[in-house]
Design a protein around this ligand. Structure first.
Ligand SMILES: Cc1ncc(COP(=O)(O)O)c(C=O)c1O
Length: 375
């Protein structure tokens, strides 16, 4: 059975073009908060490591260098409350989007298999299930799939895109227990884990699926997916990794070796530098916190309500009261010269919300905040 391209959604961003034009007509220009692409400089320590590794005549290893896998394991112990990760069970990926899109196929899933993902979600979970010919099932509640033996993979995303929702230890454990009972894999996309704003997550940390409080002593059936794009301003490097169950990672490694899915050597060296240095991540987090505080106050002054959003790089907002369709809110904000993403891009339950990214320069955030609070 070949790659399944039928049933893929239209690339939704084209639908925003008329609203971008409307926002561009603002006398002081557009502030684009629709896409979440980092805008701050790549840290010097990471650029220096990339440059120092620029002489790279040979092929990189698909499994990643020992230095990289050890840096990932040490980072999980230091920053993610996972003390016992086996460096052999770490695999670098070319950013995490490709892993999200290909994981069902790499695990051998196909027609008749079900892939669960959050109801309001990053669209690539759905796309990946369809590539494999499997069926996506949007569900936040474990009871929607517990006991079903056709469920082979369950995606979690905490903190979530677009809602910023965080899953606590008990919620994660409930998913792990239900998945283990039916032999399904749990893949937890944790790319915003270090970007938490509200308590208890800001000081207590966002729990990982590999945390022993969640999964006990074994990582069986579990994969944590993490990216350096956001926390280290490295989206252009394509620097991410997956880690967890040694057998599952071994299977992914085998297929990825055959398919040539490897991270360039200089990028692997840059990843080691990024993982070893907490200071730049803390600085970047402080920047996003300032932007979030400014935007949050202005959005509330504009009469919008912000739901969830205790962590991550977005505000998940809607018109106050009974609520209006997200496209109307997108239009209202475009008239202020502020472009945001309609919640409908992330699933039908997002139809009354808009997503505002914190990934804009200080100057752009200040301009957006001034326009919103004046509205
Ligand atoms: C939830 C989620 N997962 C994965 C990604 C992909 O990130 P990258 O491919 O840059 O690692 C994104 C990017 O926005 C995301 O929001």
């Amino acid at each position: 059975m070949g790659l399944q391209l039928q049933g893929l959604p239209d690339f939704p961003w084209d639908a925003l073009t008329p609203f971008a034009e409307r926002a561009r007509a603002h006398p002081d220009g557009i502030v684009d908060l629709s896409v979440g692409t980092p805008v701050d400089p790549t840290p010097q320590v990471v650029r220096a490591a990339l440059a120092a590794a620029a002489d790279a005549p040979g092929y990189p290893t698909t499994h990643g260098t020992a230095a990289l896998r050890e840096a990932v394991a040490a980072w999980f112990a230091r920053r993610r409350g996972v003390p016992s990760l086996d460096p052999g069970a770490v695999l670098p990926t070319v950013g995490s989007k490709e892993l999200v899109a290909w994981l069902p196929s790499l695990l051998g899933l196909g027609p008749g298999d079900v892939v669960v993902h959050p109801e309001v979600a990053y669209p690539t979970y759905d796309v990946g299930a369809r590539f494999a010919g499997a069926s996506p099932l949007p569900a936040d509640d474990v009871t929607a799939w517990a006991g079903r033996d056709d469920v082979r993979l369950v995606w979690l995303n905490s903190p979530g895109n677009p809602t910023g929702q965080v899953l606590g230890v008990d919620e994660l454990r409930e998913v792990v227990d239900a998945a283990r009972r039916i032999g399904a894999v749990v893949a937890s996309d944790e790319c915003y884990a270090l970007l938490a704003w509200d308590e208890p997550w800001a000081s207590g940390g966002v729990p990982s699926i590999l945390d022993p409080r969640v999964c006990g002593p074994s990582h069986e059936g579990l994969l944590a997916v993490h990216s350096l794009s956001k926390q280290s301003n490295l989206a252009g490097y394509r620097a991410a990794f997956v880690a967890g169950d040694p057998q599952l990672v071994g299977r992914l490694l085998e297929v990825r070796k055959h398919a040539g899915m490897m991270v360039p050597g200089p990028v692997q060296a840059a990843m080691v530098a990024a993982l070893d240095d907490d200071a730049h991540v803390d600085e970047q987090r402080a920047r996003y916190r300032r932007r979030r505080t400014a935007l949050l106050a202005a959005v509330e002054q504009a009469g919008l309500e912000v739901d969830a959003s205790p962590a991550g790089l977005y505000l998940w907002a809607r018109a106050a009261g009974p609520g209006q369709d997200c496209w109307q809110t997108v239009a209202d904000l475009a008239d202020l010269g502020v472009l945001v993403a309609p919640g409908a891009f992330y699933g039908p339950s997002g139809a009354r919300h808009v997503r505002m990214a914190l990934t804009a320069s200080d100057d752009d955030v200040a301009r957006a905040a001034a326009r919103l609070s004046g509205a």
